[in-house]
Design a binder for this molecule. Structure first.
Ligand code: SAM
Length: 351
């Protein structure tokens, strides 16, 4: 952390934050080093430290090939970026759709999300094996030393660490941004930082409100991850929310790639989704699970006796616990909305 911060300062940047563990699981993130006022600059990253990748439509696999070629073709630049490469997560520490282990996917109790992860895993492998000849025909020949496992890992990092910014030509473009990619995500209104690119190309992270020393700094990632199915798929984590929330695919017109135009408030009395048909649809989703939210909560209890580890369905590591937590929170969201709908339909005498 110190090397990275020193390097950025030495190369013309400004850093006014700390890097460290931000929760009891040791998640790495950033914190305010002192009390900060609204509109203060926490990081100024000079344009020359940004690593440009493809435009917004380019896949993480293609961006990874772009990055590997850049490293190979510009050895001096590659060496100068060493503090950044060293700050990136080691193999096994970044888990997303590109490299998520498949054996435990059934714990999600979400066949659509599980299948999409399997398909994406296969796509990454296919690119590595030359299935997209226009991109790269033979990894071993062109980029010796890069095996499938490393390609999956780097693609996962590129997918979950790159930033997407609007540009003057109207085509958004992606970049890797040292240090700024250590800042974790929060949905609005939980974020306290905003990251933007100035006309000069320099990038700034500035405070959205007053922040106390030691508070974690968070910004809202530009890849939409408001809901947990998107969050697991693209970033490999789940977010807790104050009120139980639905996942994207449980909302009409929502799926893993599209954001639904609806939200929980649309189930309020008189709202566009306040109907008996919606109640039946959501109740059917809830009834389709093989465990209840309460049973899931029990499985997640930390003091699981060792002998229960061998019982079927008990999560045995952080990834498995996250999968169980995902399905538990999904059910809680469904319960919450089903109850809300029942109340609304009682009032309007539709139930
Ligand atoms: C751009 S990185 C952020 C820095 C990262 N925590 C690290 O140690 O390098 C994105 C990754 O951080 C983790 N992450 C980001 N926001 C999070 C949050 N609110 N809760 C838990 N993990 C989060 C996820 O693993 C995600 O894929």
């Amino acid at each position: 952390a110190d090397d990275l911060i020193t390097w950025i300062r030495r190369t013309g940047g400004l850093v006014d934050l700390e890097i460290g563990a931000v929760n009891d699981k040791g998640l790495r993130g950033t914190k305010a080093a002192r009390d900060m006022k609204k509109d203060q600059i926490a990081v100024h990253l000079p344009a020359h430290l940004a690593i440009p990748l493809g435009d917004g439509s380019v896949t993480p696999e293609e961006n990874t090939v772009i990055l590997l070629r850049q490293q190979r073709d510009h050895p001096e630049w590659n060496a100068s970026m060493l503090p950044y490469w060293e700050s990136l997560p080691r193999m096994g520490a970044s888990i997303t759709k590109e490299n998520m282990p498949q054996a435990a996917l059934h714990l999600l109790q979400d066949p659509v999300l599980a299948a999409s992860i399997v398909v994406h895993n296969a796509y990454t492998k296919n690119v590595f094996e030359g299935g997209k000849p226009a991109l790269i025909e033979n990894f071993a020949q062109e980029l010796p030393g890069i095996d499938l496992q490393f390609f999956r890992h780097l693609t996962s990092v590129v997918a979950s660490y790159a930033f997407l910014f609007p540009s003057e030509d109207g085509v958004p473009h992606r970049m890797l941004l040292p240090l700024l990619d250590m800042i974790n995500h929060a949905n609005q209104p939980g974020a306290n930082l905003h990251i933007m690119q100035a006309e000069s190309g320099d990038i700034y992270a500035y405070t959205l409100r007053d922040i106390r020393a030691g508070e974690e700094l968070k910004h809202t990632y530009t890849t939409g991850i408001r809901r947990n199915d998107h969050c697991i798929f693209h970033y490999g984590f789940v977010q807790e929310s104050d009120t139980p929330a639905l996942v994207e695919q449980d909302l009409p017109a929502g799926n893993l790639y599209d954001v639904s135009p609806y939200a929980e408030t649309d189930y309020d009395i008189g709202g566009p989704l306040s109907s008996k048909a919606e109640l039946q649809r959501l109740q059917a989703v809830l009834d389709s699970f093989t465990t209840t939210a309460a049973q899931d909560a029990e499985l997640l209890q930390v003091q699981t006796p060792w002998w229960k580890f061998w019982a079927r369905g008990v999560p045995r590591n952080d990834l498995e616990r996250m999968f169980v937590q995902y399905r538990m929170m999904r059910k809680e969201g469904l319960h919450y909305v089903v109850q809300k709908l029942k109340d609304a339909l009682m009032v309007t005498h539709e139930l």
